[in-house]
Write a protein of this length. Structure first.
Length: 277
């Protein structure tokens, strides 16, 4: 009997070790991550932009977090918790004093919306005030109207209050009415408007289009909430979106912002209900 020592192919062991080393190496290589978070109205669009960006630059991953709100983004950026914040308002003097900066990148109409199952297509300022105050409780087909409220300091709420003194007063009444639906984020508000029969609430064209929501933006006082009407000043309420960054921005974050400003990024913004001023 013969006992074979070693391999008849001395190179096999070396080849095996080579491939094993390659597997260890490539398993440790990870795409650079860009963390983005903030107002819920911007998240759907950012996810679409992030997907397109990562297809163009496969070694860079865009991680769009769940809704932090504008205030959450303004707190997270100085701490380095996110690379790019998303807000729907300009910075205050106190916020600018921390060194962060805001860069406007697009605008979109803020709208009163109902489910696409509803037959309602238009609304007036007077009707909005009557709905919030409780004077108007049913749609023309008899369906009870169910307003979806947000917290008093929410930007959408502030914008609706700005439409008239009557709406401002009516919202203060609505906030004291028992049993009305309440949402803490833009996504929760959209979901409740979609699913609660007779619901009525505030969102943006950007959110509706970017997230393919089953919502209809209502004509306001006879003016359609199109991007062209808003840009031309005919439609009265507009959401302005900003990137918020630290004074020193990583090259990867700079690359993403440059992509948003490129023709490819512009196309995605246009398709999701934005215009660039």
């Amino acid at each position: 009997m013969f006992v074979r020592h070693g391999s008849s192919k001395p190179g096999v062991g070396r080849v095996f070790l080579f491939f094993a080393a390659c597997l260890v190496f490539f398993s440790t290589v990870r795409a650079e991550e860009i963390k983005i978070g903030g107002t819920g109205n911007a998240l759907g669009t950012m996810r679409l932009l992030g997907e397109a960006f990562s297809k163009k630059y496969p070694d860079l991953k865009v991680n769009v977090l769940s809704s932090l709100g504008s205030s959450g983004a303004l707190k997270a950026v100085p701490k380095g918790a996110i690379d790019i914040g998303l807000t729907s308002r300009a910075l205050s003097d106190e916020e600018r004093a921390t060194g962060i900066q805001a860069i406007e990148y697009a605008r979109s109409p803020t709208v009163i919306a109902v489910s696409t199952k509803s037959k309602v297509t238009d609304i007036s300022r007077g009707q909005i005030a009557d709905i919030y105050s409780g004077k108007l409780t049913g749609w023309p087909d008899g369906t009870p109207i169910r307003p979806v409220l947000r917290q008093p300091g929410d930007d959408n709420t502030k914008q609706i209050r700005s439409l008239s003194q009557a709406i401002d007063n009516a919202l203060s009444i609505a906030e004291q009415r028992p049993g009305l639906a309440f949402a803490t984020t833009d996504q929760e508000a959209a979901e409740k408007i979609e699913t609660i029969p007779g619901a009525f609430g505030v969102t943006t064209v950007a959110l509706i289009k970017s997230e393919s929501r089953s919502l209809r933006a209502l004509t306001l006082d006879g003016i359609e909430p199109t991007e062209s009407n808003a840009a031309g000043g005919r439609y009265p309420i507009i959401k302005t979106f900003f990137f918020v960054t630290a004074p020193t921005l990583s090259p990867y974050a700079q690359q993403f912002i440059a992509f948003v400003r490129s023709p490819a990024g512009h196309d995605i913004l246009t398709q999701t209900g934005h215009w660039i001023p």
